[in-house]
Design a protein around this ligand. Structure first.
Ligand SMILES: Cc1cc2nc3c(=O)[nH]c(=O)nc-3n(C[C@H](O)[C@H](O)[C@H](O)COP(=O)(O)O)c2cc1C
Length: 171
C-alpha cells in the first residue's frame, strides 16, 4: 500500500492496455473502494456496470472512440431521482457523488497495479438503449480498465498542474 500522496501523484490516465485479463477479485475491490466514497446524505445513488462480456463490450466500444481496447469497461451511472439535495440551494448532488465514486475507483485501480481513466466523451443514449438496466440513471463515465501495456505512459497533459498559488490560498 502506497502513501496516499504518492498514489495521488502516480495515478495517470492509462490509454494503452495489455491483453492480460483482470482478475474478478480486483474488480470487486474497485467496487468496494467505490462503496467507501462519501455521498450526499449517504444516498449512494449510483451504480457500476462491469462490462466484460464481448457482445456487451461491443455496444460500449461503439459508443466512444476512447475505449482503448481495454479488457474491462466499467460504466458509472448516477440516479438524480434518489440523490441527496441541498434544501438551501436546491442543488442535486448526483453528479458530485459520481465524481467522488469515480475518483475512488481510479485510485484503487492504480493501487492494484491496474490502469484506467475517466472517459466522459461517449454517446450515453446508445448505451442506455442497449441496456435497459441503466434506465433512470444518468451515465457519467466509462472507465476502461486493464493492466497497463509495457509502453503505457502518461500523456504530457498529466504533468501540467497548476501551482498551489494559482489554485489555493489561506484567507
Ligand atoms: C470528467 C472527466 C472526463 C474525461 N474524459 C476523457 C475522455 O473522454 N477521453 C480521454 O481520453 N480522457 C478523458 N479524461 C482524462 C483527462 O484528459 C485526464 O484526466 C487529464 O488530462 C489529466 O491527466 P491524468 O489523468 O493523466 O493526470 C477525462 C477526465 C475526467 C476527470
Amino acid at each position: 500500500m502506497e502513501d496516499f500522496i504518492i498514489l495521488a501523484h502516480d495515478r495517470y490516465s492509462c490509454r494503452r492496455f495489455s491483453d492480460k485479463s483482470v482478475e474478478s477479485w480486483k474488480i470487486d475491490r474497485i467496487i468496494e473502494a467505490a462503496i467507501a466514497a462519501p455521498t450526499a446524505s449517504n444516498r449512494q445513488a449510483w451504480y457500476v456496470w462491469a462490462v466484460t462480456d464481448e457482445i456487451s463490450q461491443a455496444v460500449v466500444r461503439a459508443a466512444t472512440p476512447y475505449h482503448f481496447d481495454a479488457p474491462v469497461l466499467l460504466v458509472l451511472g448516477v440516479r438524480p431521482e434518489d440523490a441527496g439535495m441541498s434544501r438551501m440551494s436546491g442543488i442535486n448532488f448526483a453528479d458530485i457523488d459520481g465524481g467522488i465514486v469515480g475518483a475512488h475507483m481510479l485510485l484503487e485501480a492504480h493501487d492494484l497495479g491496474l490502469g484506467s481513466l475517466w472517459v466522459g466523451d461517449f454517446h450515453a443514449d446508445a448505451i442506455q438503449e442497449a441496456f435497459t438496466e441503466t434506465d433512470g440513471y444518468r451515465l457519467v463515465g466509462i472507465f476502461p480498465l486493464g493492466y497497463p501495456a509495457d509502453d503505457a505512459e502518461p500523456h504530457k497533459l498529466h504533468f501540467i498542474r497548476k501551482a498551489t498559488s494559482e489554485i489555493s490560498m489561506q484567507i
